[in-house]
Design a protein around this ligand. Structure first.
Ligand SMILES: Nc1ncnc2c1ncn2[C@@H]1O[C@H](COP(=O)(O)OP(=O)(O)OP(=O)(O)O)[C@@H](O)[C@H]1O
Ligand SMILES: [Mg+2]
Length: 340
């Protein structure tokens, strides 16, 4: 007998997603009045993998998640989750997924235990099972001691962990996390990353949205960069970094007179037209040896430096490299995207 979760649902003669994809979406379009939030997004998330949807504010990340979680209807396109069609088989899809939304969704007046118990009961678990599951999750998420306190007394990090625990009560095989670490301090962020890695090790598929390149890099097997409702680049973190420059060389001369020399040297060393903001010159680099080469060249040219570093590229820099414009720049063509 077949038991467990059915991951494939093929309609003969119709569109049939690849068997090994937990999430498959094609041509997703969603409009809100004048705004086209999604403008033809394709996504393929392999079962058991972490997929990072990376993009700036307003890119369409939450809209995509809400459609795939059956909370929002798409205007055009098609998507399956666990082989089930999100538009026509929403009930089956909901049984497979867990969702941690962008904003904390636990009931603040209830304690940690009560929040998890409530969800267990709503999912139809017998009381004893719901209690056991709540205890287990609180332990997994380091919340055992604070489980008896109202959630409103929790710190941001504790709340985020409770949120994540809440989305796991029903042991979902596919988990959507919408900006799970926004607002967390660096330590809480790393702790949450570890919790997510544990889930993946247990076979859970994760679709994660983030505004942080380093987060997508640390967690995701594959990344889609989304901008104004379109996927503008995708691939593994390594492929994406190779495309955009994994790191950024930043050089600031001590004296403005040195700026032209710095610009010339950075251009020659990186083969890229550098960005200049005030006296700071930056360019993406794929080869770490440019740092020592820059030191030698600028020293020889007699340019004194106020700043010289090689650092991880930010999302902004990846964007700039992919689109030629900063991530936060308002779209010039938004009104043209609205269909007649
Ligand atoms: N319910 C709605 N009504 C009207 N416009 C909406 C609605 N939801 C989203 N939008 C618009 O759709 C676009 C995409 O929004 P979305 O929330 O998906 O972006 P996001 O990538 O999640 O951004 P953020 O990083 O800020 O969370 C934005 O222009 C947003 O204003
Ligand atoms: Mg969002």
């Amino acid at each position: 007998m077949c038991s467990g979760i059915l991951f494939v649902h093929i309609i003969p003669g119709e569109w049939s997603p690849a068997v090994d994809h937990a999430i498959w979406a094609e041509g997703l379009v969603k409009r809100f009045g004048e705004t086209t939030a999604l403008n033809g997004v394709d996504l393929a998330v392999r079962t058991g993998s972490v997929f990072g949807l990376l993009g700036p504010n307003g890119a369409g990340k939450t809209t995509a998640v809400r459609i795939l979680a059956t909370l929002l209807r798409m205007d055009e396109g098609r998507a399956t989750v666990g082989g089930y069609d999100v538009a026509t088989q929403a009930h089956q899809v909901r049984q497979l997924i867990g969702l941690t939304g962008q904003y904390a969704s636990v009931d603040e007046t209830l304690t940690g235990v009560e929040n998890l118990l409530l969800i267990g009961r709503l999912l139809g678990m017998p009381k004893r099972e719901a209690k056991a599951r709540a205890r287990e999750l609180l332990a997994d998420f380091g919340l055992t001691e604070s489980g008896g306190r109202a959630a409103k007394t929790y710190s941001g990090g504790m709340r985020r962990r409770l949120d994540l625990a809440a989305s796991l009560v029903g042991r979902p095989r596919i988990l959507y996390l919408d900006e799970p670490t926004t607002g967390l301090d660096p330590r809480a962020r790393l702790e949450l990353w570890d919790l997510l890695r544990d889930l993946v090790a247990r076979g859970v598929t994760i679709l994660l949205t983030t505004q942080y390149l380093d987060e997508a890099d640390a967690l995701a097997d594959e990344i889609a960069v989304i901008d104004h409702g379109r996927v503008i680049a995708n691939g593994t973190p390594d492929e994406l970094k190779a495309k955009t420059g994994a790191q950024t060389l930043a050089v600031r001369p001590a004296d403005g007179a040195g700026l032209p020399v710095v610009q010339r040297v950075v251009t020659e060393l990186t083969g890229m037209e550098p960005e200049v903001q005030g006296s700071l010159v930056t360019a993406p680099v794929t080869e770490p040896s440019v740092l020592s080469a820059a030191v030698r060249r600028l020293d020889k040219a007699g340019v004194l430096l106020a700043e010289l570093q090689l650092r991880s590229s930010s999302l902004d820099e990846v964007f700039l490299s992919l689109t030629g414009r900063p991530a936060e720049e308002a779209p010039a063509t938004e009104s043209e995207e609205v269909s007649a």
